[in-house]
Design a protein around this ligand. Structure first.
Ligand SMILES: O=C(O)C(=O)C[C@]1(C(=O)O)C=C[C@@H](O)C=C1
Length: 96
């Protein structure tokens, strides 16, 4: 039996997932440039002060959007940790 309601919900979920992938691809495109800039200028891969500002901002945005701020922080942390990992590789001259 086909469930049209569920199929419609899933269509929307698939669109949102696609948008997330495109947004993440754009974010990683720009953080790649940041990593190269940092490697070239000798800046450290991680900037904990900047991270604190980003996390506070995202937590506040999450609250106004009715999204769990702890989840939002974990999500951003996960992404930033991956970016730092890329930055470290760029700093060591190991891209890819
Ligand atoms: O803004 C920077 O300095 C970055 O390298 C980008 C970024 C991020 O992904 O947002 C990643 C690592 C830093 O610790 C802080 C922020």
């Amino acid at each position: 039996m086909t469930d049209d309601t569920l199929a419609r919900y899933r269509e929307s979920i698939d669109n949102i997932d696609a948008a997330l992938v495109f947004m993440l691809a754009e974010r990683f495109k720009i953080t790649k440039a940041v990593g190269e800039h940092k490697a070239k200028t000798g800046l450290p891969p991680a900037d904990p002060n900047r991270e604190s500002i980003q996390i506070e901002r995202l937590r506040s945005l999450a609250k106004s959007a009715n999204l769990d701020p702890d989840f939002s922080e974990k999500f951003l942390r996960f992404i930033i940790d991956e970016v730092i990992h890329h930055h470290r590789k760029a700093g060591a001259g190991m891209t890819g």
